[in-house]
Design a protein around this ligand. Structure first.
Ligand code: ARG
Length: 456
């Protein structure tokens, strides 16, 4: 089989080299983008008169025929043709004869592959933004249901202060909001058209790069042909945004694992998102959140991999850059798959309101509130902190929570205590009193929910 670039060579490529250097096993994922880019290129070649209108129409028809055959599984890619670009060109020439050879006029695989990557990532970034919105909606559903559900809030995984469950889960809404904004912002840069840059220096043909960019839905044309073929920042940006998002997903997944444990019993994941054990009949394992947590690793790995591939490359295109693809596909697929599972898992998870309520009644997480109470009665905060520390110690020694102590016991620590202390210490009251902007009080959470819903 003769190579499309075989003219300069007198020997066949070593078989092993052919297999190891070919990218067709993975870049076939770009088939549709490659054909789309070629159709835009050929249309432009025809309108600018670089090829005739008839030739343009024949090539476009041929490309669509190839696309159909590929969709129907009628064509087989070959390693001899190395990558998706040359495989498709070969199919085209088989389809329409030598005129197919005019497609590559004024183009190089260097600007072609960059164009394919931009198109692929633009489409998938838009899809991922929609998936993020779906996950945010699932969070909003749970948050709307649980404004009055109170659970212990933690710092250092030690009970800290009672909070509204709605407030807690909304934290993830805001993380995803920033993730979404990062992706939206990256679209500005993924929307540049490299096509027409040629191998690196531009071409001798009077191309209309703007026409191609418009047809492909790109917002601008790379102003520097060398930059056009050597830039992979848009992939790094996507991978960075994806890494941060996976870190967020992993934190939520971790909470789901902890909360669904026997020790916490704060939530129960739907059966459809759990699996059993082959030996222990009682087990219901939170496999999905565990895997989400773990998949973060490959997304970080892909980012580090590509940063490392690019760091020492001289301008312009280098074969090293072929290594940008598998990590990008894997990141896209991992993120899409993760978000697709996450949204329904949040939606279907059962929040165990009574267990959360029980938990806040069995701890000292209202201690800050007595400290604040003494402050409102005139004691400096430092001094009241010290007094309450002693009260907590007394409670621990005597097996009593703060609501169980008698007025006499309170008075023995400070004369400032009065009957109203019991109202201040009730968990609902503790939450309701945190009315500062962005705080956990039911009234603030309602404002926050309104703000969040307004962003959807
Ligand atoms: N398969 C190559 C890649 O993915 C396409 C570009 C090849 N260009 C070249 N001059 N060898 O990067």
């Amino acid at each position: 089989m003769s190579k499309l670039w075989g003219g300069r060579f007198t020997k066949e490529t070593n078989k092993l080299v052919e297999e190891q250097t070919a990218s067709i096993s993975f870049d076939q994922k770009l088939a549709n983008e490659d054909i789309q880019g070629s159709i835009a290129h050929v249309n432009m070649l025809a309108t600018t008169g670089i090829i005739t209108e008839d030739e343009g129409a024949t090539i476009t028809k041929g490309l669509k025929a190839v696309q159909n055959k590929l969709a129907n599984g009628e064509l087989t890619f070959s390693v001899e043709h190395e990558d998706i670009h040359m495989n498709i060109e070969k199919f085209l020439i088989d389809e329409i004869g030598p005129v197919g050879g005019k497609l590559h006029t004024g183009r190089s695989r260097n600007d072609q592959v960059a164009t394919d990557m931009h198109l692929y990532l633009k489409n998938h970034t838009e899809d991922i933004i929609e998936l993020v919105k779906g996950t945010q909606k699932a969070i909003l559903n749970q948050a709307s249901e649980h404004i009055d559900t109170i659970l212990p809030g933690y710092t250092h995984l030690q009970r800290a202060q009672p909070i509204s469950f709605s407030h807690h889960i909304l934290t993830y809404f805001w993380m995803l909001q920033r993730d979404k904004e990062r992706l939206q912002d990256s679209l500005k840069r993924v929307s540049g058209s490299p096509l027409g840059a040629g191998a690196l220096a531009g071409t001798t043909f009077p191309l209309d790069r703007k026409q191609v960019a418009d047809e492909l839905g790109f917002d601008y044309v790379y102003p520097n042909s060398i930059d056009a073929v050597s830039d992979r920042d848009f992939i790094l940006e996507f991978m960075s945004a994806a890494s941060i998002m996976m870190m967020h997903i992993s934190r939520l997944a971790e909470e789901m694992v902890i909360w669904s444990s026997q020790e916490f019993q704060f939530i129960e994941l739907d059966d459809s998102f759990c699996t059993g054990s082959s030996i222990m009949p009682q087990k219901k394992n939170p496999d999905v959140p565990e895997l989400l947590r773990a998949k973060t690793g490959r997304v970080y790995g892909n980012l580090m991999g590509l940063l490392t591939v690019l760091k020492g490359l001289p301008l312009a295109y280098n074969k090293d850059m072929q290594e940008d693809k598998e990590g990008m596909f894997d990141t896209v697929e991992t993120l899409e798959g993760s978000l697709m599972m996450l949204a329904p898992m949040i939606d279907t998870m059962m929040v165990k309101v009574d267990n959360m309520k029980q938990a806040v009644s069995e701890d000292y997480s209202n201690a800050t509130d007595i400290a604040d109470y003494l402050v409102t009665k005139g004691m400096p905060f430092r001094q009241s902190h010290e007094v309450i520390g002693k009260i907590v110690l007394y409670g621990i020694d005597n097996n009593k929570y703060l609501l169980d102590l008698t007025m006499e016991e309170y008075k023995s620590f400070s004369e400032l205590f009065e009957d109203d202390i019991y109202r201040v210490l009730a968990p609902e009251e503790v939450v309701a009193n945190r009315r500062s902007y962005g705080g956990t009080s039911q009234s603030q959470v309602k404002e926050q929910l309104k703000l969040a819903k307004g962003l959807m």
